[in-house]
Design a protein around this ligand. Structure first.
Ligand code: GLT
Ligand code: MN
Ligand code: MN
Length: 402
C-alpha cells in the first residue's frame, strides 16, 4: 500500500458522504458455491476499523447486529446502546438502516406473501427498523425486495403482491411520521433498491425504473417519502446504462441514496469494488451526479475478495475502494471544469459548425445534416478528452515504445 502511493488521509476521506455497510466488512466469503473463508466479525470491530480508515458513516441490516429472535425485545435496546457507544467512541455515524426481508426462511414467499401473518410480521420488521434508525440517528432506510416474486408461475397474483408490499411500506412511513414527531427529528428517506434477479427466479420490481412506476402508482400513502437506492451493478446486471438510470431517477427527484460497486453486464451480483471494472463509466456517472448536486450517501456495497484476510479487508480492500471513489469524484470535478470539454459542448449546443446555408435554419434535412457534419466528431473528441482525464494524458502523460 505504501509503495502504491496515492492514498488519501482519513481526514480527507471523512469529507465525503461515504458509508460502509456492516455486511460488507463482515462478509465471510460465503456464497451458493463458496464456503466461508473469514471468521465472524462484530459491529464494534467494524465501526472501529471504519473510524480508523476515515469511512465516516456506517449502515446495517437489523439482523446483521440483532438476532431475529431478539428484534423488538429488550435485548434490542441493549444492543443499540452498545452500537451507539461504539459509534461515539470511534467517531462514526449511522447513516442508514435496512430490514432484512430475504434471508430468513419466514420470507420464503417474500415479505408480501398471501399469508396475513407473514405480512403482519413484515410490517413489524419495517416499523421496528424505522425505530432502530431513529435511535441510531440515521436519515435513510433501504428496502431491497429481492424475495418479492416467485419461482413458479401462476400461484402468485402480481397485482395483489404489489398492493401488499405497498402496505408494508405505508406502515413504515406512517410509523416514521409518528416517531419523527415524537423525537423531533426529520422523517427518514425511504429508499427502494432494485436487483433484476436473485434470490427469487422472477422479481416483481426488478429495476429502478419499475420502482419509479411503483412509487407513483397511487398505492403508496406517502410517495413523497419514498425514493430510490440504485445500485450501480444491479442496473448493469440487466444490461442498462447506469448513468441513464440515474438520470431518470434524478429527473423524478428520487435519487436518495446510491450503492457503489462494480461488475459486468448481464452477469450475477459479483459486487466488485467501485471502479475496478468500469472506471470510465464510473467517471461519467460521477460527472452526472456532481453536475446535478447529488448530496446523498455513496454506500460501499461491495464484497472484499473471498480469500482476503481480515487484515487485507481493512488495510487494502476498503481504503483502496474509498480512494478510487474520491479520485474519480475529483476527476469528475476536473472534467466539468475542463475548457476543452466545455468548448466542445458549447459548440454542440450552439448547433455545430455554421454552414452559411440559409436552408439549414428552414427545416431542410439535407442542409441541417451538412451543417452539423462534425456533431459526432465533437462527441468523440469529448470522449477522448474524458479518457485523457482518466489516464492523466491531459497533463501531458504519454507512452512510447520508441
Ligand atoms: C443484499 C443486496 C444488497 C443490498 C442489501 C440491502 S441486501 O446484500 O445484495 O445489494 O444493498 O438490504
Ligand atoms: Mn446494494
Ligand atoms: Mn449487489
Amino acid at each position: 500500500m505504501t509503495a502504491c502511493g496515492g492514498a488519501y488521509s482519513p481526514e480527507v476521506r471523512r469529507k465525503y458522504f461515504i458509508s460502509g455497510p456492516q455486511w460488507a466488512a463482515a462478509y465471510n466469503g460465503s456464497a451458493l458455491f463458496h464456503a466461508p473463508t473469514r471468521p465472524a466479525i462484530g459491529f464494534e470491530e467494524v465501526i472501529r476499523k471504519y473510524g480508523e480508515i476515515g469511512v465516516q458513516y456506517w449502515c446495517t441490516h437489523d439482523t446483521d447486529v440483532i438476532a431475529t429472535s431478539a428484534l423488538g425485545r429488550p435485548e434490542q435496546a441493549e444492543i443499540l446502546g452498545r452500537i451507539k457507544a461504539a459509534l461515539d467512541k470511534y467517531g462514526v455515524r449511522c447513516s442508514m438502516v435496512t430490514a432484512e426481508t430475504f434471508y430468513d426462511a419466514v420470507w420464503a414467499a417474500g415479505p408480501a406473501a398471501e399469508s396475513p401473518d407473514v405480512r403482519e410480521y413484515a410490517k413489524f420488521r419495517v416499523r421496528n427498523n424505522v425505530e432502530i434508525g431513529h435511535e441510531l440517528g440515521a436519515n435513510f432506510a433501504v428496502y431491497w425486495p429481492g424475495s418479492l416474486g416467485y419461482y413458479v408461475q401462476g400461484a402468485v397474483e402480481e397485482t395483489s403482491t404489489l398492493r401488499w408490499y405497498a402496505e408494508a411500506l405505508n406502515a413504515a412511513c406512517e410509523h416514521d411520521i409518528e416517531i419523527a414527531r415524537r423525537k423531533n427529528r426529520p422523517t427518514l428517506k425511504h429508499c427502494l433498491e432494485a436487483k433484476p434477479f436473485e434470490p427469487q427466479a422472477e422479481i416483481l420490481l426488478p429495476t429502478s425504473d419499475a420502482m419509479l412506476a411503483f412509487i407513483s402508482s397511487g398505492l403508496l400513502t406517502h410517495p413523497e417519502m419514498v425514493g430510490l437506492n440504485p445500485e450501480y451493478l444491479h442496473e448493469l446486471m440487466w444490461g442498462a446504462a447506469p448513468r441513464a438510470v440515474l438520470a431518470r431517477a434524478l429527473l423524478a427527484g428520487k435519487l436518495f441514496h446510491l450503492d457503489i460497486n462494480d461488475g459486468y453486464r448481464l452477469k450475477h451480483d459479483v459486487d466488485i469494488g467501485v471502479g475496478l471494472v468500469n472506471p470510465l463509466d464510473w467517471l461519467n456517472v460521477l460527472i452526472l451526479l456532481r453536475s446535478h448536486n447529488y448530496t446523498g450517501p455513496f454506500n460501499l456495497d461491495y464484497k472484499p475478495p473471498r480469500t482476503t484476510s481480515q487484515f487485507g479487508v481493512f488495510e487494502v480492500s476498503f481504503p483502496t475502494a474509498v480512494d478510487r471513489f474520491i479520485t474519480l469524484w475529483e476527476m469528475a470535478g476536473e472534467a466539468i471544469a475542463d475548457p476543452i470539454i466545455k468548448e466542445a459542448t458549447d459548440a454542440l449546443k450552439a448547433g455545430g459548425a455554421p454552414s452559411g446555408d440559409p436552408r439549414a435554419g428552414q427545416g431542410d434535412a439535407q442542409a441541417i445534416t451538412a451543417a452539423h457534419r462534425e456533431l459526432l466528431t465533437l462527441h468523440e473528441l469529448i470522449a477522448h478528452r474524458l479518457v485523457q482525464i482518466l489516464i492523466g494524458a491531459h497533463r501531458g502523460r504519454v507512452f512510447s515504445i520508441g
